[in-house]
Write a protein that binds this ligand. Structure first.
Ligand code: SF4
Length: 318
């Protein structure tokens, strides 16, 4: 049993990060403005990240910053500059989606922890070795990885493994779905001169959740699969397999909901670390279902909004 398992929560705002810390998260991840796989409203500017780092240090917590879009050669100087600034303000780690960027970060600050984003699809042992040799410390495993695969990786490779506690699986590996890009083929420069391809979260835009739109064939409505992944049912086994970090998604949720979710998982994790299992698991499961309903309501609101934006000027119906 990995007693040092780390609970990582979203920090879509200062308030959310504070709620996450106060409810038991070991650290938060935040998105640097213009560089992460979320829209700007859930990303933070350098000054806001610095405030969260100061709070984290006071409370003995950690801050990881997502710069997990792919960027062009012309944007590398901005990336280097951002990494230097993040290092100066005391950020503990970054989440990346570009192999070259791993090397650059380690050149600038060898003590900066590097996480390989789920979008990089490290799906097998050779991928994990590749990222380990580049200098990565942790890999975010795609939800499609099985427990046995995680066990094997942990046995053979000295690298941390992070898993999502609750996530949509997407119809292929996360980060490889291009559906949004076909429907929103549009670029925009931000105020810092960085170019964003608005149809793709991989290039500074966002996923328009095309799989959730209403699709029809001549036979009627077509449901596109996007099953939910929930680690709770076998969480003891994931921890026993050697998982190092459990990640809660939701930079776009309400901070108080994030606080409730963090508190729930803190209790669950403490039970597992104390007893090796979750006593009264049915009671926890009922609580989780209540939280999932709240989460789904917020998620569905967001889905409706992004589909509505997309529907203006395209053939997608709602
Ligand atoms: S469109 Fe659907 S399947 Fe594709 S990335 Fe978005 S949520 Fe996942």
């Amino acid at each position: 049993m990995n007693k040092g398992v780390f609970l990582l929560a979203p920090g879509g705002s200062f308030e959310m990060a504070k709620q996450a810390f106060l409810n038991g998260a070991d650290g938060v991840y935040v998105g640097l403005y213009g560089w992460s796989r979320r829209t700007k409203e859930y990303e933070l500017k350098m000054e806001e990240i610095e405030r969260i780092v100061i709070l984290a240090e006071d409370l003995g917590k950690k801050v990881r910053v997502a710069l997990n879009t792919a960027f062009s050669s012309l944007e590398y100087h901005m990336f280097r500059h951002s990494i230097k600034r993040l290092s100066d303000i005391g950020v503990h780690g970054v989440i990346l989606n570009d192999a070259g960027a791993v090397v650059v970060v380690k050149e600038i600050d060898p003590s900066m922890e590097v996480h390989i984003s789920a979008g990089m699809n490290a799906i097998n042992i050779e991928d994990m070795w590749f990222y380990r040799e580049l200098g990565a410390d942790m890999v975010v495993a795609p939800c499609n990885l099985k427990l046995d695969e995680i066990r094997e990786i942990k046995k053979l490779i000295p690298i941390g493994i992070e898993v999502f506690l609750h996530s949509n699986t997407c119809f292929t590996y996360l980060g490889k779905c291009l559906m949004s890009s076909y429907f929103r083929y549009e670029w925009s420069l931000d105020e810092y001169g960085k170019n964003h391809f608005l149809g793709s979260p991989n290039r500074g835009g966002y996923c328009h959740r095309i799989c959730k739109a209403n699709w029809f064939s001549e036979k009627g409505k077509v449901i596109l699969r996007n099953d939910m992944f929930l680690a709770f049912d076998s969480l003891e086994d994931w921890i026993d397999a050697g998982v190092d970090c459990l990640k809660i998604q939701g930079r776009e949720y309400n901070p108080s909901l994030v606080g409730e979710i963090v508190r729930f998982y803190r209790q669950v994790l403490d039970e597992i670390l104390t007893h090796g299992f979750i006593p009264d698991k049915d009671r926890f499961k009922r609580r989780l279902l209540e939280l999932s309903e709240k989460r789904d309501r917020e998620r569905n609101r967001r889905t409706f909004k992004v589909l509505e934006e997309l529907a203006e000027g395209s053939s997608v119906s709602l």
